[in-house]
Design a protein around this ligand. Structure first.
Ligand SMILES: [Zn+2]
Length: 163
């Protein structure tokens, strides 16, 4: 039974992560100046609407922040995506490109602040991309937002990410 509950919560949180990323993008397009301002407002709105608890909002907000900054860190690719957001797949990736085109912060600023947060762990939620196990270098390719499983090869739980 507890497995079922975990799955249910996992699916809910993936949906909430995408809702939070997308609402943050809306708020930037509506005139919020910085990513942090927009994310804070999106968290407040969604938790007061009862979509999630403040604790969930904070945790999922950190996942969104990390993924956005990781995207910004891939400067060339991110700029291309930011210029042509309509070419992107739906979901969180398009929310990130909307954020990158709307924020007053430059990609360089976002990327500089991202350097120390590039570790991904089993159980966390992240957008599509490739995770590489820091222990055995096995790769996992994710095509959509997902909760990170243990390494399929060595069962360790720490990864780095690329797109
Ligand atoms: Zn491994």
């Amino acid at each position: 039974m507890s497995d079922q509950n975990e799955n249910k919560n996992g699916h809910e949180e993936i949906g909430l992560y995408e809702k939070l990323a997308s609402r943050t993008a809306d708020l930037l397009e509506e005139g919020k100046k910085t990513f942090d301002e927009a994310l804070k407002k999106a968290k407040e709105e969604l938790s007061s609407a009862g979509d999630f608890s403040r604790e969930q909002a904070d945790r999922l907000g950190e996942y969104v922040r990390r993924d956005l900054k990781e995207n910004a860190g891939k400067a060339t690719e991110a700029v291309k995506k930011a210029i042509e957001p309509h070419r992107l797949a739906a979901g969180a990736q398009s929310a990130f490109s909307r954020i990158l085109t709307s924020t007053a912060e430059t990609l360089t600023e976002l990327a500089e602040r991202s350097e120390k947060s590039l570790e991904y762990k089993t159980g966390e939620i992240t957008s599509s991309g490739t995770l590489t196990c820091k222990n055995c270098e096995a790769e996992m390719h994710m095509t959509k937002t997902t909760r990170i499983p243990p390494c399929p090869k060595c069962h360790k739980t720490v990864f780095r990410k690329s797109y």
